[in-house]
Design a protein around this ligand. Structure first.
Ligand code: NDP
Length: 280
């Protein structure tokens, strides 16, 4: 007998969070943590690749994800979302509007680091910059712009309803940019700064741009009470680093989760790491 098709539960009182690039690594761990410990309904941004083409349904994506992650909480829905494709971004925003009508938390997590390994021999720098910026910067900005109307709708919705999810705390619309210390210009010009020996100029430039996006959106929505912050997760053992790193994804969670779950008195316009404030 084949196992029953996994389903999700949609509780309209739960705050709704979208995490981009959440099929593995930091994004998947964050989805699990926010759903399990903080009562979020999670929309798991899932890039459709050649092995899971654009026609793949969310039910099929969920089945695939659950087969490799059996303990995934039920309050998780995969959402097809490729940062390099505007049609995919538009379709994702339309799907969330139709199904949920709002979004409480956007975590811009998806990212690539081509120059973590030597740039392919012969690949022009311009091409590597284009690919990296297409995902890390253009995609992140396009997703944020596409979902701002849904974050606004959450603010209106929350003003009318008391959210029992999240411990009854009313949370303002929140955007978190998963950035990197490598994107800090202040750190890069300091010969004794963190990771001074690391090159990765393409990735560094992309995360510096991500930091500007975070600073921009924080300023843009400060008066409305939104919480918009950039965080560096630390040097985390994920596929991006070939499994190397100083901490596990679980150890990276407390800091990221804190910035995702700020209350109305929480900070905005900050760039922080596990040990506190970072220089932009
Ligand atoms: P992983 O490589 O483990 O995961 C990256 C995720 O991004 C995957 O889910 C991947 O999807 C997704 N992704 C890549 N390209 C796209 C795209 N075009 N559209 C949608 N999703 C996409 O990386 P990490 O978990 O380590 O990194 C997560 C974030 O944290 C990144 O922004 C990274 O720059 C940042 N960061 C990581 C650090 C670390 O030490 N690990 C340090 C500092 C920052 P798929 O499975 O389909 O490839």
């Amino acid at each position: 007998m084949s196992p029953p098709t996994p389903t999700t539960t949609t509780d309209t009182t739960k705050p709704i969070a979208l995490i981009t690039g959440a099929t593995r690594g930091i994004g998947l761990a964050l989805a699990r943590t926010l759903a399990t410990n903080h009562s979020y309904h999670i929309l798991l941004g899932t890039r459709t690749t050649s092995s899971s083409p654009a026609t793949t349904t969310t039910a099929e994506l969920l089945t695939t994800l659950r087969s490799s992650n059996p303990s995934l909480p039920l309050s998780i829905d995969p959402l097809p979302l490729d940062l390099t494709c505007d049609a995919s971004i538009r379709a994702a925003a339309a799907a969330v509007l139709a199904k949920h009508g709002r979004l409480d938390l956007l975590v811009n997590n998806a990212g690539i680091a081509l120059d973590h390994y030597p740039i392919e021999e012969g690949e022009p720098t311009r091409d590597a910059f284009r690919k990296t910026f297409d995902t890390n910067v253009f995609g992140t900005a396009a997703v944020t712009d596409a979902f701002i109307p849904l974050l606004s709708r959450a603010q209106e919705w929350n003003a009318k309803h008391h959210l029992p999810g999240g411990g009854g705390v009313r949370r303002p619309p929140t955007i978190v940019f998963i950035s990197s210390t490598l994107g800090s210009i202040t750190a890069r010009v300091d010969p004794a700064g963190p990771y001074a020996e690391t090159d990765m100029h393409i990735y560094r430039a992309s995360k510096a741009a991500v930091n500007m996006l975070a600073a921009h959106y924080a300023s843009r929505f400060r008066d409305q009470g939104w919480k918009v912050n950039a965080v560096c997760p630390g040097y985390v053992k994920t596929d991006m680093n070939g499994g190397e790193g100083e901490i596990t994804v679980e150890e990276a969670m407390p800091h990221i989760v804190r910035v995702c779950t700020l209350g109305e008195d929480g900070e905005t316009g900050t760039f922080t790491g596990r040990d506190g404030k970072l220089e932009w």
